[in-house]
Design a protein around this ligand. Structure first.
Ligand code: HEC
Length: 116
């Protein structure tokens, strides 16, 4: 190895390390941000991957549809015959919660679709 090459590595390796650490931190927060904590409330009835259970399947719906429906429940509105089962949960959700959950469900749907 030429001396100039060595100097290049010595001078820039801390910068490289910092870049790698920053990338890992970004990646870790991205993965954590993926699943909103409130999803634990929903998955009990709608399934871990929104495949349905006590409540209907949510996978495959757009974030927009989920947001619309959650806001209907939040305001005490009716969609199906069992809407009262959603009222309590929906009322606990902020607008940000609803957006995060809806985005998460839409992403789940895309992951599931890509595995078919
Ligand atoms: C106690 C069980 C239960 C929990 C907890 C629950 N759901 Fe539901 N959910 C239901 C049932 C039952 C329905 C069908 C309601 C109806 O007839 O309108 C439903 C309907 C829905 C719908 C409309 C589905 C459609 O296509 O018509 C959405 C969206 C939804 N839930 C999202 C959520 C989210 C998000 C959470 C968590 C914040 C959640 N649910 C928590 C039972 C539950």
């Amino acid at each position: 190895m030429k001396n100039t090459d060595k100097n290049f590595l010595i001078n820039f390796s801390p910068l490289l390390m910092a870049a790698v650490v920053m990338f890992l931190m970004l990646f870790a927060s991205e993965v954590k941000a993926d699943k909103p904590p409130q999803w634990a409330l929903c998955s009990a009835c709608h399934g871990q991957v929104a495949q349905g259970g006590i409540g209907p399947i949510l996978a495959g719906q757009s974030a927009e549809d989920i947001i619309t429906k959650l806001n209907i429940y939040k305001n005490g509105g009716t969609i199906g015959g069992r809407s009262s089962m959603m009222w309590g949960t929906a009322k606990q959700l902020s607008d940000k919660d609803i957006e995060d959950i809806a985005t998460y469900i839409e992403r789940l749907s895309m992951i599931l679709a890509s595995k078919e």
